[in-house]
Design a protein around this ligand. Structure first.
Ligand SMILES: NC(=O)c1ccc[n+]([C@@H]2O[C@H](COP(=O)([O-])OP(=O)(O)OC[C@H]3O[C@@H](n4cnc5c(N)ncnc54)[C@H](O)[C@@H]3O)[C@@H](O)[C@H]2O)c1
Length: 419
């Protein structure tokens, strides 16, 4: 079996991690059991460009149980858990092309290896694989039944492609499913971003002035969790609706130029570029910590930071680089500006990825059932799949909810008076 992983001797540790995560992924496990019997993906070649984590391993196991021939490659050069990658190949016979810390050329070599697998279904976290299927590897796009997209930034890229009339096959905005972003982006990114920052820095959150750039799903989750640990949280936004929401949620809201002067810790969660730039670094206090949890490493203007620094001390702590500005102020950049929750911690907790990846697995079954019927467009996940995932999750937590009575069904469907 062809693959490229860092070190096979790490496999036993990776297997333990995969099985530990599986304990917290009961919804996906129940789908895996069903898939093993009904084989809805039988004989389908699947290439998944995702963060290679223990949770992704359990998604890959589920797709394989459903009869798919699965190959994985990394969706970020720094997020691969090398032990998990080794175990996937050795213990689960799933080829993986991913090495933590790989350079740009290896990163793309791995994506091409996943395309060489001749997939009919693809999964992306950020649309890098689909992007190659629309550029350098156009000739391989004709086979694709559909492609699943896991994150906000990927969906934005795909909608741009569709709007330009260039999309070549149906794609599914899995990120936009309620069973995904409401939980994964908010509670998953919220908790794991705090986790990554603390592991990297040992920062005391209580009393820290924390600036959260962006008050979307991820930003809300992070701001909420940082406040829960006693931080004084300031939010920056460009959308007046989100800004007023942050105000009414009890956060201070101000432009970055102002926040830069007061924050100790800055975290970008916007999906946008150059949110923190030279003028902001210049205004920051000595020792300010800067991190990103948005998809790409473009939210912090690192080239500008390099340019205005007289010295760069790499690795003053694991995942921490010290930039010394010409005025002697120090700025600490975490995880080279890449997703701090995946680079410096373990990404989202398994319990929340259970819902995201259950949505992904059911969606894969759906696109195979509907092969040839989906228009070339960006599709939403059908509501039935969102509800199924939430129902199964509640069941796994032994939580029941009420059902509408016949009278209530009639009442809600009527336009009568409120008597
Ligand atoms: N770290 C992770 O594991 C993880 C998980 C899910 C999503 N993501 C990524 O995080 C990013 C945000 O995702 P989301 O689901 O919260 O998106 P979202 O669209 O819900 O929120 C983004 C917010 O950022 C705001 N924004 C844009 N430009 C800004 C700027 N210059 N200054 C301040 N605010 C600005 C937008 O108005 C919006 O409210 C995306 O790149 C997404 O792919 C990361």
């Amino acid at each position: 079996m062809k693959s490229d992983v860092a070190d096979f001797s790490l496999a036993p540790q990776g297997k333990k991690r995969i099985l530990w995560a599986d304990n917290d992924m009961p919804v996906l496990a129940s789908i895996r059991q069903r898939f093993a019997k009904s084989k809805p993906l039988k004989g389908k070649n699947v290439s998944a460009c995702l963060h290679i984590t223990a949770e992704t391993a359990n998604l890959a196991r589920t797709l394989k149980a459903g009869g798919a021939n699965v190959v994985l490659c990394a969706s970020n050069p720094l997020s691969t858990q090398d032990d998990v990658a080794a175990s996937l190949v050795k213990d689960f016979q799933i080829p993986v092309f991913a090495v933590c810390g790989e350079n740009r050329s290896t990163y793309y070599k791995h994506i091409y290896a996943a395309i060489d697998h001749k997939p009919v279904i693809t999964f992306d976290d950020g649309a890098d694989l689909v992007n190659e299927l629309h550029t350098s590897r156009k000739k391989d796009s004709f086979r694709i039944i559909a492609s699943m997209e896991e994150t906000t930034t990927g969906v934005i890229r795909l909608r741009a492609l569709a709007n330009a009339g260039k999309l070549k096959f149906p794609v599914i905005a899995v990120n936009d499913a309620a069973s995904k972003h409401l939980f994964d982006n908010r509670y998953g990114t919220g908790q794991s971003t705090v986790d990554g920052i603390i592991r990297a820095t040992d920062l005391l959150m209580a009393g820290s002035k924390v600036v959260a750039a962006g008050y979307g799903w991820c930003g809300r989750g992070f701001a909420m969790r940082a406040r829960g640990m006693g931080a004084i949280v300031i939010v920056t936004e460009i959308d007046p609706v989100k800004a007023i929401e942050a105000v009414m949620d009890g956060f201070e809201v101000m432009p970055m130029a102002q926040a830069a002067k007061v924050g100790n810790l800055f975290v970008t969660l916007t999906g946008n570029k150059n949110v923190i730039r030279a003028e902001h670094f210049r205004a920051m206090r000595d020792g300010a910590i800067v991190a990103n949890s948005g998809h790409f490493n473009v939210e912090i203007d690192i080239p500008a930071l390099k340019k205005m620094s007289k010295k760069l001390n790499r690795g003053v702590r694991n995942h921490v680089d010290e930039y010394i500005l010409k005025n002697n102020k120090r700025i600490f950049l975490l995880a080279e500006g890449r997703l701090v929750n995946l680079a410096a911690a373990e990404g989202h907790p398994a319990s929340v990825m259970d819902m995201s990846f259950a949505t992904q697995a059911l969606e894969a079954e759906y696109v195979v059932k509907n092969e040839g019927k989906l228009a070339v467009a960006v599709h939403n996940v059908p509501i039935e799949i969102e509800q199924k995932v939430c129902t199964l999750k509640l069941r796994s937590m032994s939580i029941g909810i009420d059902r509408l009575t016949a009278e209530q069904v009639e009442y809600l469907a009527s336009s009568g008076e409120g008597t």
